[in-house]
Design a protein around this ligand. Sequence first.
Ligand code: GCU
Length: 406
Amino acid sequence: MTIFSTNKILFLFVIALWGTPLSGQVPAYNFPSFDTLIAKRGLPDPFIMFDGSRVKTLEDWEKQRMYIKDMLLYYQYGYYPPDPKNLKVEIKSSKAILNGKAMETRLILSMGPNNSITIRVDLSVPVKGSGPFPVVITGDREWGRTEGLEVATDRGYIVADFYRTDLDPDNDDRTNGVHPHYPEYDWATLSVWAWGYYRVVDYLMTLENVDKDKIVVTGHSRGGKTALLAGAMDSRIAIVVPNGSGAGGCGCLKYMQGGAESLMRITRPDKWHYWFQPRFSDFKRRVERLPFDQHFLKALVAPRPLLCTDGLEDEWANPWGAHQTQEAVREVYKFFGVPEKVGCHLRQGGHDHNPEDWEALLDFSDYNFFGKALPSDFYKENFDKVDSLLNWKSPVPPNPLGDINP
Ligand code: GCU
């Protein structure tokens, strides 16, 4: 009697291979394996450097940023290939939408080996004004044209909506999507999808009617996790606004309330394990051993503005935990002297990405881009901060942002 079928053995072999570094990724640090990591109480301190010393200067933080980036790609998301240099654009069609308020162009970006990787993008440009316009990118096009389209158009923003699943269909089959083109990279699905945002940014950088310093990213749920990852890794993105992003996004992995999704649940073999590098699943029964939590990902955005939008009743997405990672990352923003540039916007209701979330994104963007005041009740709904989760503080007194270039 055979215990394992041939398929099962092949599957285990592929998983084993995927778990070890592939040639395309070279961690710059010697990260400890799961077995040797020690459980710690509270949310880890993102200022502790690889050699055990603590960040003191902005130069230290530049190095620390690279370390945190590497740590997250290694344990959680997987390494992605460098920017392809051969981006091509094909315009498929163009039409007026929203009763003539915007022109929508369907285009196809192609890139990578033999330009065989393609992404469909719908780009809507307001008809009023001549630009350059700020832009909001979403990767959720397969769920329909975003509900924020009209409100964003009315407020003078271009919306670039792309199909993230053109890069990686939402399944655990690594023989499809981008994977066969880059077999040496271990990027898991969220990392692949985030790469889609980088490519859309490449394209936007070529357009005259785009204000290149004013690119915002958003996305909902799995798309929100992706938008946060994209904003964390690519500093051409000016503002980052994940919505309903939960586990692997703005939510907290170690601490949660109500019926929030845990690391254990999200990495179940019949669920979403393939969104993450397989090393992440090692922590499913020992989340307290994780050397980071989601405030590390958020810290990569600092000092650029970051807003997590959530529904108060969306317990699965852990809005309470998103508030705790926000309070933790605020210490990093304090280090830059800009604690007000990070926030959570909570509205009544559940798991949705609706025009109210979009209004919050646009208010936050207008505030940061154009100095418009935030509505007085912008942060009115809130959770309590749990002080015991934070046993460390920003290492220096608030520092004026000055000429820091993250
Ligand atoms: C599932 C998953 C969540 C995810 C959501 C979505 O509920 O557990 O982590 O955010 O799908 O993307 O819709």
